[in-house]
Design a binder for this molecule. Structure first.
Ligand SMILES: [Fe+2]
Length: 341
């Protein structure tokens, strides 16, 4: 009897955990309107294929790509997953980008679109682009210039300003890619042929002119309000700060064995640690951290790193090195707190 109960319990547990593992992490967002609702600007057939075939394929491939595992390790949302894309992970880059980009695209389109932005967004547009009309002209020009497939975006940068950016394929400005202006997108226009070919054929300009009839500035305003207050802006700044990343790498590499009393890496790499600390102090500190005591704290890190390096290379007693390591750990934690908060 006990064996039977244990067997039933085991089977039930296996089924539950099996379901939990199979459950897709990312899902297709519900469309707030019918496929035909954006006619005559975007035709029903294009919408149907675009949403239920193209977007769904990106989503299915993303869920198959191992991104579940990445998410389970604490990265959570699709936005946070996008921040980790640095060009090495082709599947997450293409399929994760495809899922994030289209999710935003469906959201900013509406049959009852509000045609003019108001409030803080309208002010920001006026300050930076003179008028909404000139912003649209700029976005259309960027969309036309994009060779092959891609997107044109209105983003909020870490300086909380607006910028127009164009990306290739399914890349987006959240990604940590070389030579790309980064920020949080508030509006994205799909310029892949699959977005317009059935109705507009090769006339991308015609599609770009008409799509603004269904771009809902009420939603873009909401996205703007969320973006200027988004913690993603600081994360973008932090991950784009190459000197900080490089210092962290060498520090972690040395510190981990040193904490267990193995100072061999510290001794052989202390010159490199000093070099990376000095590069950090000379680097451009990202906008998000400039209103803090960060320069003072980086100065303390450099000084503690030099002290530690001197101690490690002069071969004093291990207790001295241990104390210098603890001193460095203290100021390093101070720096980490500024950058993480
Ligand atoms: Fe698309």
């Amino acid at each position: 009897m006990t064996r039977l109960i244990l067997f039933v319990f085991f089977m039930a547990f296996s089924l539950i955990s099996g379901f939990a593992q199979d459950e897709p992490k990312f899902t297709l967002p519900e469309l707030k309107y019918g496929f035909e609702a954006l006619e005559p600007h975007i035709d029903a057939k294009t919408m149907e294929i675009h949403y239920s075939k193209h977007h769904k394929a990106y989503l299915d491939n993303l869920n198959k790509s191992g991104a579940n595992t990445i998410s389970a390790s604490g990265l959570g949302t699709i936005e946070e997953l996008m921040l980790t894309v640095d060009g090495k992970q082709a599947s997450v880059r293409n399929n994760g980008g495809g899922h994030y980009n289209h999710t935003l695209f469906w959201e900013i389109l509406s049959p009852g679109a509000k045609k003019m932005a108001e409030g803080k967004l309208a002010t920001a547009i006026k300050n930076q682009f003179v008028s909404q009309d000139s912003l649209i002209k700029l976005m259309n020009a960027e969309g036309l210039k994009r060779f092959g497939s891609g997107w044109v975006w209105l983003i909020v940068t870490p300086l909380k300003t607006l910028a127009v950016v164009s990306t290739a394929n399914q890349d987006n400005p959240l990604m940590n890619l070389e030579d790309m202006k980064r920020g949080v997108p508030v509006l994205g226009i799909d310029v892949w042929e699959h977005a317009y070919y059935l109705k507009h054929q090769n006339k991308r300009g015609e599609y770009l002119n008409t799509i603004w009839n269904v771009v809902d500035w009420a939603q873009v305003e909401k996205n703007y309000e969320a973006a200027v207050n988004s913690p993603l802006l600081k994360k973008i700044d932090k991950s784009s700060w190459k000197a900080y990343k490089e210092f962290n790498q060498i520090y972690s590499q040395i510190n981990l064995p040193a904490q267990s009393g193995d100072y061999s890496l510290l001794k052989s790499k202390s010159g490199e640690l000093v070099e990376k600390a000095e590069m950090l102090s000379k680097s451009n500190i990202p906008a998000s951290f400039q209103n803090t005591d960060i320069k003072k704290v980086i100065g303390k890190v450099v000084s503690e790193v030099k002290d530690l390096s001197k101690a490690a290379t002069k071969k004093p007693k291990d207790e001295v090195i241990k104390q210098k390591l603890a001193d460095l750990q203290l100021v390093y934690t101070e720096l980490m707190n500024i950058v993480s908060n």
